[in-house]
Design a protein around this ligand. Sequence first.
Ligand code: FMN
Length: 384
Amino acid sequence: MPHLFSPLTIKNITLRNRIGVSPMCQYSSDDGFPNDWHLVHLGSRAVGGAGLVIAEASAVEARGRISAEDLGIFSDQHIEAFQRVTDFIKAQGAVPGIQLAHAGRKASTYAPWKREDYGVNLPDDDGGWEVVGPSAIPFSEKYRTPQELTVEGIQEIQEAFRQATIRSREAGFQWVEFHAAHGYLAHSFYSPLANERNDQYGGSFENRLRFTIETVRVIRSEWPEDLPFTVRISSSDWADGGWTLDDSVELSKRLKAEGVDLIDCSSGGNTPNPNIDVGSGYQVAFAEKIRQGADIRTAAVGLINEGMQADDHIRNGRADLVLMAREMLRDPYFPYRASRDVHQTEKLDIPPQYDSASTVMGTLCALFLCITPDVSNIYPQWTE
Ligand SMILES: Cc1cc2nc3c(=O)[nH]c(=O)nc-3n(C[C@H](O)[C@H](O)[C@H](O)COP(=O)(O)O)c2cc1C
């Protein structure tokens, strides 16, 4: 029976354990480029023992950023900067992932700490831009009204996903996730709450899925067959008349048929005040139902903060992988702590720099050198 510290193999990639760092926007980029902040933020969680480290929502075109400070992979110049991050993550034994995103009608906002109320529209005279969506319905009165995408406009965005997939591969990512959740572009197409189109991209269930399925095909066509490809969905809109868990099971069956390896089961984000029943592991039931109903691997995410809790979800077959966000911000070394909690310390290699056994040896060596009058015979190079 797999547990939290069992490896997970998908295609040619093996995660050393079932703990992943969930994508988290850092609002710290200039023109989409990852910088020292991203290297340290993502790198330290790889050092901390996570099996998978997924970089935040990375926009496939500049217009698809939530804020001007979002990460992006919309030009070839971004590749080298990401490579530095992926090299470091791999060197720590973790797998680097990227979440490819387009914010759609929720784009062009201030970074959260720039304004008190999150999601405030970034106006034109402060660097804002026109946003797009399936229909001209704003997310809320604080957001811009999107321009309804034409079919040509949809194809241009899908081409941007293609280019971003190629760049992700070249940047050394080994895991790609399509962000189709949280009210961003793909979710706003499949949810009836944001899509009032009456062409082939709106109306019926099949038509509302079309944007997501087509984009998945585009990504799949450029992403190597031997690397994992996952999709984050909002499993429920938590709103009357909205997207439901049963819809998610149906969508997941289709995504599996398109070659998607795992569904990352989040929820909400498509209405300003959803009626979410927040509590311990409140989205895990989504991962469990989709895993069973669509016969596909799932990741559980949302208020999973304890080792035993995370282990329980894996052991009892509710999910194949646990993704964690806020607890990873509080403690990048959560996997080490969890390995003690669930009695699996031998399953997680501690970096030699941090290993208590080698630290003790180092202290003893230093002590020995201090009390030895002439070390030149022992370490001649130190006295040259
Ligand atoms: C600071 C922060 C930034 C986030 N950015 C993203 C993101 O880029 N993409 C995404 O899909 N979810 C994002 N999320 C949601 C998390 O990935 C996760 O699904 C959510 O926080 C629930 O997990 P938790 O209870 O472990 O925090 C973000 C969450 C936080 C706290």
